[in-house]
Every structure is written in C-alpha cells, then in structure tokens.
Design a protein around this ligand. Structure first.
Ligand SMILES: Cc1cc2nc3c(=O)[nH]c(=O)nc-3n(C[C@H](O)[C@H](O)[C@H](O)COP(=O)(O)OP(=O)(O)OC[C@H]3O[C@@H](n4cnc5c(N)ncnc54)[C@H](O)[C@@H]3O)c2cc1C
Length: 598
C-alpha cells in the first residue's frame, strides 16, 4: 500500500520519479496510471484537504453536488470586477480537496462534439489528440452503470460508446414528468432540437439525457475511481495532503531544468524542497497551474515584474487566453407539480437524507432536478458570426449554446430566495418555489463557446495570495448575442405541442424580456460562471512560438515539466470539461509511460 502523508517531514529521504502537483481531475488519473508501472515511484502533492474530512458527505452525496462551493473544500476565489456583468465580482469556485473539482462539481459527464478533439489535434499538430485516436483512452477511462434503483435504461443511451474504465457514469434514476416532456418535445420539433440518444457519442448536438459521474449512489471522482484505489493497492504511490507547491526551481548552474518543487503548508511555514528524478507534472488546474508557472519566473514579463518575480523564461501565454462561459437561469410557473413543491417542505428532504444515510438509495442518491440538456447552434447565416468574421465553434457540428431543464425553481445570484450558507437543507431554500403552493421550473442557459479571452495573473510573489482572475465575461458582441439567443429560442422550444397547458406563466422578471435591450440588461445583471475555465497554459504545435506546452504537453523552453489539466485545452469546450480532462489525462499518462519505460 502507498501512504498518505500530512507532514512533509515524514517523507524522509524518499525519492520519487514523478511529482504530480494537484490531486484533481487530471492529477488522480496521471498518478494512478503512472503507478501501474511498478518501477516508477510517484508522489502526488495536493494543496487542499483530504476528501474524508468531517463534512465530506457534501462531496459524495449526488443530491448535494455543487454545495461544496463556498465551504472549506473550495478555494474561495473571486473574479476581478467584470465590466460585462455591471462591474460585479463573482465567486469563482475550484475544488480545494483531494479529487479537486471532480469532487466538487455538478457531476455532468458529457464529452462534447468530436470536433472539439479534432480541433485539439489540428492546433497541436498531433493527430493522436483526434476523436478517433482517443477512443481507446475514452473506453479505458469510463463505464456506464445503472442508477441506484437499477432502472432499465437501455433505451436511453448507446452502450457502444461507453467503456469499461474505473470512472462510473449513470443516467437519472427516476425521470420526472419534465424530463419526459423535454424528450417528447425534441421528438416533436426535430430540426436542431432533435433527440440525440447519447450525447457522449461524439455527436454533440441536439437534445438528450445528461450522464453524471455517479455510481452505486455516490459521486465517482478522480479520487474514488483512480487515486485511492491506486494508493490502496500499490506500494509505489504516495499522497501528501494540504501542502501548496509554491514554485518550481531551476537546477543549479543556470540550466532551465525545473524538476525541483518547493512546497509549504502556509505562507509563514518552512519551505521544503523535493526533486523528481524524471518529471514534475503540473495538474493544478486552470488557475493553479499558471499561478505556479508565474511564481517560478515562467511567464509574461510585465506580470512577473509587477509581482516582484525575476523572469527566468519568457512565456507570454502563461495565464493569458482564459476562457469560461457565462450561465443564467430563466424561470416559469407551471400547471404541474415539480420538485419545487417537494423542496418546500424540509421534512421531505430530511427523510430523503435519512434514507440515503442508511442505504445510499432514494432521492439523494441521484441528480433529480436536471437530467436533460440541449446543445444548439446559432443559425448558419447568423449576422453576428458574419460580423465577427469568425465562428468560435470547433466546427459545423458543434454547439454555440446550451439549455438544461431544471425540474424546480432556480434563482440567479441576487434573486430571491437566495442560497443560505451551510448544510444540505440549504438546497431546499435555493430550489423551492418563491410562492407557496405553486410549482416552477427553470431553464439554465449557457454559452458553449466564447470569444472573450481573459487572464490569470499573480498579484505578489506569495503562492498563498490569490491571483487576479479575469474571465472578461460578455466582453464581446458575440458572447452577448449568444446569451441573448439562449433566452429567445426558449420560445421556439416551448412551442412544441407537449408544452400546451403545462407552462402557466413566466416568472415576473422574465415577462419583461420582450426586447434585445431588456434581455441584455437581464443577462448582464444575473449571468455568472459556468465554472469551466481553460486555456491558461494552452497547447500549440511543437516549435510554434505561441502557446505554453507542445503536443506532448511538455512546457516549452524548459525541461522536466509537463502540464496535464484544463489549462492546456486551447478553447472553451462545447461539452463539459471534466470528461475532456479525464480523456486528456489518460493519453498524457500513456505518453509519459512510453517515454520513460525503456
Ligand atoms: C462547482 C463546480 C461545478 C462544475 N460542474 C461541472 C460539471 O458538472 N461537469 C463538468 O464537466 N465540469 C464541471 N466543472 C468543471 C470541472 O470540474 C473542471 O473543469 C475540472 O474538474 C478541472 O480539472 P483539473 O484537473 O484541470 O483541475 P482540478 O480538478 O481543479 O484539480 C486541480 C487540483 O490542484 C490543486 N492545486 C492547485 N494549486 C495547487 C498548488 N499550488 N499546490 C498543490 N496543489 C494545487 C487543487 O486543489 C486541485 O485539487 C465544475 C467545476 C466546479 C468548481
């Protein structure tokens, strides 16, 4: 068995071939796969907490997915004031825990269009990143399992596109009336709203079921599926918890080999130095990775100068090109019962939690309030695409925006009833109807692509100061137009016969959204983050002067360091990033193993 350390001094004089920085979505996969070679010794260093800490039920219970935001398991970042959002600074969650954001996210597992991966192959000049080439990594990573109630879901997905990997994914256990209506509306409307049997097939357009990273009634994360099983079964992998990697250090003598990491528990504690024999693999995510590189003197000169860090390597794209999409909710009152009535009575939620605690079954064992999704495109001759002379989608079969349908009320930040901090009961406060005795449902609208590019920049030379995170939301005409379209096309979707008599009336604020100007005002007032940041250490072709890593994910201009996480993805994903990052990590691990196996 490997060991889990909470004190770096206990590592003694151990040596490691690989030091993996960050035990998140990618880091767990990289570490576990490398440890499959018994000749490799692997250390994973995680800044955040153990995922078995008290209160970690919030991580494991599917019903509570997303509620770790703002708790001790969250980095508690905020963006800079966003001009496109009326100057608001918005919370920018990231998992601060073993498992990283794969342990705190909303569980959606959707790989996105094959064109996203083919674009990655073209940008990097390595066809190994294409959808077709990646199939074996997709299949070795993920496995479809039935939901907790063993519902026969055979007609709701395509088994041929799923594999036999450790990561478990599942469909909704008890589809609701709303879910069934969404699928029926798709069949009635066809066209861009056509039903898509399995949105994980590489066909990323249309309306279909959401797959979630849940198995056996609990979250399946990179910790539970990869890292922990590896530590429990192998001698050659250790985990050091609650230590920040504060920077990478170059080898002595002016070499640009950066296989030495400096770490510490907090700003004032002793610095510890470790050197990887083979490689350091940065898996610290789209915020942590550019932060570590900049702290190490690898980044844009102006940013490093302002923070008082000597530039060792000119790498202008470190921290640049940050992409993340805006998201918003629209609500309608319905002539039917949705979960908002269920949530209104805390006794219902209490009973479900008790059942879950006893047997991992029941309502809390699944994601019951958003189980369907639509991936849609702007019209081919959209004036906004013409005006921009550019289409940010990866190709003609990739979406520009998406809807998800929530079987409950869902307020935007600042709308009532707002979330209360704290335990699981808060979800009832968030999702119940605002008016007693009535039922609501909500449509989540989000951009799938964005033209905005922001930045992550360190503000000081301390690894314990948060960097400035500027996603530049709604800073382009394209992004604004896309968000306005998310609302306008709801009318088209709700024109399907199945909705007749179901939708009673829009929420009062939605009633006023009759002009583009009114929708723009709503979108700027309420949009927040979809929480999918990428591209802050972008991949590019070998030898290209732009980008941070080459096609093998090694950091350009230096030796000894690779990056494997969301930061290398060159553009916002038209799917959901966790699936793409799992796939990226599988192939990256294979590349690393291949390099060092002889
Ligand atoms: C609340 C929320 C909901 C989301 N919902 C979804 C969803 O439903 N579906 C989906 O596909 N995606 C979702 N995402 C996004 C998705 O989870 C992330 O894009 C993905 O998990 C990022 O993977 P990663 O490996 O790049 O980073 P992470 O999984 O974030 O891992 C980075 C790890 O590095 C650690 N770290 C950072 N800095 C240091 C340092 N200096 N030293 C040591 N360790 C460090 C972090 O603590 C973390 O554990 C969501 C994200 C959040 C936060």
């Amino acid at each position: 068995m490997g060991k889990i350390y909470f004190n770096a001094n206990d590592l003694g004089d151990k040596y490691y071939d690989f030091v993996v920085v960050g035990a998140g979505n990618a880091g767990g996969v990289i570490a576990a796969r490398l440890a499959e070679n018994p000749h490799f010794k692997v250390l994973v260093i995680e800044a955040g907490l153990s995922d078995t800490e008290p209160e970690s039920d919030v991580l494991r219970t599917p019903f509570l997915a997303g509620l770790a935001v703002g708790t001790k398991f969250d980095w508690d970042y905020k963006t800079t004031p966003q001009a496109g959002l009326n100057g608001r600074e918005i919370p920018f969650p990231r998992g601060y825990v073993v498992g990283g954001s794969s342990n705190t996210n909303s569980l959606v597992y959707l790989r996105g269009p094959s064109e996203d991966f083919d674009r990655l192959a073209n940008i990097s000049g390595d066809q190994g990143w294409s959808w077709t080439s990646l199939q074996k990594y997709i299949k070795m990573n993920e496995r479809h399992v039935r939901p907790w109630n063993n519902r026969n879901d055979e007609n709701d997905y395509n088994p041929a596109v799923h594999g036999d990997g450790p990561l478990q994914t599942t469909l909704v256990a008890e589809p609701t009336d709303l879910d069934q209506r969404v699928i029926k509306a798709a069949n009635e409307l066809q066209g861009q709203f056509r039903y898509n049997l399995d949105l994980n097939s590489g066909d990323g357009l249309g309306v279909g079921w959401i797959h979630t990273t849940v198995g056996g009634g609990a979250r399946s994360s990179s910790s539970t599926a990869f890292l922990k099983p590896a530590i429990e079964s192998r001698e050659n992998i250790d985990l050091l918890v609650h230590y920040h990697v504060t920077r990478l250090l170059p080898a002595e003598g002016g070499s640009l080999d950066f296989r030495t990491v400096e770490l510490a528990q907090d700003a004032s504690s002793q610095r510890i130095i470790l050197t990887a024999k083979k490689e350091v693999i940065l898996c610290a995510g789209a915020i942590g990775t550019p932060q570590i590189l900049q702290l190490s003197g690898i980044g844009p000169k102006a940013v490093l100068d302002r923070a008082g860090i000597a530039q060792l390597v000119d790498a202008p794209d470190v921290g640049r090109h940050l992409q993340d999409q805006p998201i918003i909710f629209y609500q309608w009152r319905v002539n039917s019962t949705t979960l908002s009535s269920f949530f209104r009575d805390p006794a219902n939620v209490g009973a479900s939690m008790a059942e879950y605690a006893a047997s991992k079954t029941g309502f809390a064992a699944g994601v019951a309030f958003f189980s369907t999704i639509a991936f849609l495109r702007l019209p081919d001759h959209s004036p906004i695409i013409k005006a921009e002379h550019k289409d940010p989608a990866a190709g003609p079969n990739s979406s520009h925006y998406l809807y998800s349908f929530l079987n409950s009320y869902a307020p935007n930040p600042g709308q009532e009833p707002g979330p209360t901090e704290g335990d699981w009961i808060s979800i009832a406060a968030v999702l119940q109807s605002p008016t007693s005795g009535e039922s609501f449902f909500a449509c989540l609208g989000a951009a799938a692509d964005t033209m905005a590019e922001g930045s992550v920049e360190i503000q000081s030379s301390s690894a314990f100061d948060h960097p400035a995170i500027n996603p530049a939301y709604l800073s382009t005409a394209f992004d604004l137009n896309t968000m306005i379209t998310t609302f306008k096309t709801t009318a088209e979707f709700f024109s399907a016969p199945i909705w007749t008599g179901y939708i009673a009336e829009p929420d009062p604020e939605i009633t006023g959204l009759t002009t583009d100007a009114a929708i723009e005002a709503y979108v700027r007032k309420y949009s927040t983050t979809v929480k999918h940041p990428v591209a802050t250490a972008r991949i590019s072709k070998a030898g290209a002067i732009d980008g941070v890593v080459g096609p093998d994910l090694c950091v350009k201009k230096i030796t000894g360091v690779r990056v494997v996480d969301a930061s290398v993805l060159p553009f916002a994903s038209a799917g959901f990033p966790q699936a793409q990052i799992y796939i990226l990590a599988e192939r990256a691990a294979a590349l690393i193993k291949e390099k060092w196996s002889n």
